[in-house]
Design a protein around this ligand. Structure first.
Ligand code: SF4
Length: 669
């Protein structure tokens, strides 16, 4: 049967407003004594990593998580034995006066779910594997065989629904992109629509039994797919007249450190901007108590989001929000059309005196052999403003100067002017660059008159910025306008952030810029630091390096420009068979120069292969000191000892012709 596409089945409304911040109205569900839904604050949750059979270890970890701000705690229950032990963990916590609601995480084991639902406040099931075993077979189901499969699901699932109803236990129907059943894949393909339908099959059964204490999730490690799936879910619930259930937001296997935070924010932040999401789990390959503060920082941004400056409303979304398509633009110099989004580094407040000042943005001068080199995160442009760079720039780097300074510059090769919107309109066009001019403004100054003036230009790139607290939607409104008017000029997104805001800088810039990129908007990014008063030159260069890394990280997380290896590493849980943080660090050390290669690092073979989704290679725990190595979804080697596994993984990459020696590729800082 042909794959059904999202656009065939949907209209394009998916949130209360695309321009005014408003949370989507949901029903309230009760999870222990902490309700969830739009009448309540967005909740923070996380998951333990210790073995569920380690009662005291689990209790200690839950306490650390609660202390870090976690409001619900999920614990894996791979079999009946662990499900039973949830009772000991729960009792231990209650004795200490800790009433945090517990959630049992279930894959493949209905009997564990049925037991856990009698013990804890909520169960999470994965509709991709609750009643289906994954065989990675594409079977062409007839309508009759498909209906027979649904009947089989009903039989397995109805007992759990009855128990949850009887015990007042909540449920999350949590679809994972990487673990869709063969049945769903055969009909809908590996698509957001397949993810949504996977959950709806289970949800319809719940509603039939008048059981509504349900949250829904649509997770993926691919941020584009994740955002599209949540939007489509909301739209389909409305269309089908199902209840507006609360949403649990998460990006699976986001990874660690800066990359993990950026990826989480691109996915989760984008949805929060549209008022979607009632609980957040940030999934990092770090200690579980590190996750809640990140989730809290993401959520906190919306507490005082209203009132915000007015943004002209839209009646319908002028793009298909359920399927990624990059905005159609014409090529201007090396912006737009098929070019990757460009990174512009802001040095307008950093004095450049020596060649090595450009090292922070990936350009290195090598005295021997007396030439420039760059790594995969070499900025494409440097904005020097009123302070021209006093030496010849490397080949891969071009300079942007304010128009007055550009005019005065003797050698204009690889240098381009920046105009304010009004300044552009007033300037004699014989004085501008024939190749590339940047016009900077807001949605108000880059107005209809200016857009009509530049509509057909082949030498203009716009730079859009905003002061609106509801920033991403205002910037997005500008892109909508360009789409509506059929204007194909490339646009760079410019945002300014304080340098001392820690995780917030990473999370907020990833939300603001990533939220546009996942909709196909943005042909470049300019992140500008707003420096505190007394910051020295060395620290400014460090900030430049950090902003550059974040800019490339956002482009990578939104899957619009791959500049480094992508690690899809699971956050670990009670099933994990090796130290994930240590192993990830070790694999990263050997492979981080393999630009664009996606490596899955998964703690167990039960869920790992499914969850690593579209990784090119997989390193998956299959037993004590036993690793399985995957190429895509295919197991290539089994039972490799940990001591040999990285070497074997490299061998696999080498066999495919994708291995390169680190020093051939780049110069590391
Ligand atoms: S893949 Fe990782 S997080 Fe998922 S069940 Fe296995 S060990 Fe746990």
């Amino acid at each position: 049967m042909a794959v059904v596409t999202a656009s065939e089945k949907t209209t394009n409304l998916y949130c209360p407003s695309l321009t005014a911040y408003k949370r989507r109205e949901t029903i309230t569900i009760n999870i222990g004594d902490l309700p969830m839904g739009s009448d309540y604050p967005i909740r923070v949750q996380s998951m333990t990593t210790v073995d569920t059979m380690d009662t005291q270890g689990s209790i200690d970890e839950v306490i650390r998580m609660v202390d870090s701000g976690c409001e619900y705690v999920r614990i894996t229950a791979p079999s009946v034995k662990e499900a039973q032990n949830l009772e000991n963990i729960r009792n231990g916590l209650r004795k200490l006066g800790i009433n945090v609601p517990l959630i049992a995480d279930i894959h493949f084991t209905p009997n564990a779910a049925e037991l856990a639902a009698r013990i804890v406040e909520k169960v999470r099931i994965n509709p991709g594997n609750y009643a289906d075993r994954k065989r990675f077979e594409v079977i062409d189901y007839t309508d009759a065989s498909y209906a027979a499969e649904l009947e089989r699901i009903r039989e397995k699932f109805i007992p759990l629904v009855r128990i949850c109803k009887e015990y007042g236990t909540a449920m999350r129907i949590g679809t994972n992109h990487g673990s869709l059943s063969d049945r769903i894949l055969s009909r809908y393909g590996d698509t957001p629509l397949g993810m949504v339908e996977s959950a709806l099959e289970f949800l319809r059964i719940c509603e039939e039994f008048n059981y509504f204490n349900i949250a829904l999730s649509m997770k993926s490690s691919n941020t584009q797919v994740m955002v599209e799936a949540y939007r489509l879910l909301v739209q389909r619930l409305d269309e089908e007249g199902l209840k507006p259930y609360p949403l649990h937001l998460g990006v699976t296997e986001a990874g660690e450190a800066e990359d993990g935070r950026i990826k989480s924010a691109v996915g989760i932040g984008t949805l929060l901007e549209d008022g979607l999401g009632d609980t957040v789990r940030v999934s990092l390959t770090e200690a579980p108590e590190k996750e809640a503060p990140v989730a809290r920082a993401l959520i906190q941004r919306y507490v005082n989001r209203t009132p915000h400056d007015f943004i002209e409303p839209v009646e319908s979304c002028p793009i298909n929000p359920f399927q990624y398509t990059r905005r159609d633009t014409r090529e201007v110099y090396n912006f737009g059309h098929l070019n990757v989004p460009r990174v512009i580094a802001d040095y307008s407040n950093i004095e450049v005196t020596q060649l090595e000042n450009l090292k922070s943005i990936g350009h290195f001068f090598l005295p021997v052999p007396d030439k420039w080199a760059m790594n995969d995160q070499g900025a494409d442009f440097i904005y020097s403003g009123k302070n021209p760079i006093p030496f010849m720039l490397p080949n891969g780097l071009r300079e942007i100067l304010d128009f007055e300074q550009w005019q005065q510059h003797e050698n204009a090769a690889n240098k381009f002017p920046l105009f304010e919107a009004e300044q552009w309109l007033e300037t004699d066009k014989t004085l501008v660059s024939t190749q590339l001019n940047f016009i900077k403004g807001t949605i108000h100054s880059l107005n209809d008159a200016l857009l009509e003036n530049v509509r057909e230009a082949t030498n203009i790139v716009l730079l859009i910025h905003t002061d609106n607290a509801h920033a991403m939607p205002e910037l997005r409104r500008f892109f909508y306008k360009l789409v509506e008017k059929g204007i194909k000029i490339p646009v760079v997104v410019q945002r300014e952030y304080a340098t001392d805001s820690g995780d917030e800088l990473t999370l907020y810039s990833a939300t603001d810029v990533g939220g546009l990129l996942v909709d196909g908007f943005g042909d470049g990014v300019l992140l500008q630091p707003s420096f505190p008063m007394h910051i020295n030159h060395t620290d400014k260069l460090k900030v430049a390096a950090s902003f550059n890394s974040i800019a490339f990280g956002i482009l990578q997380a939104a899957r619009t420009r791959m500049s480094k290896t992508e690690y899809i590493s699971c956050p670990s849980c009670g099933r994990t068979l090796f130290d994930l943080q240590e192993t990830t660090a070790m694999i990263r050390k050997h492979t981080e120069h393999l630009k664009g290669v996606k490596i899955g690092i998964m703690g167990c073979i039960v869920n790992g292969p499914g969850e690593m989704a579209d990784a090119d290679y997989g390193y998956v725990g299959m037993g004590k000191d036993k690793i399985a190595l995957y190429r895509g979804q295919e197991v290539i080697k089994r039972s490799v000892t940990a001591a040999k596994a990285v070497e074997e993984l490299i061998g696999l990459i080498r066999e495919d012709g994708r291995w390169i020696e680190p020093d051939e590729r780049e110069i590391l800082v």
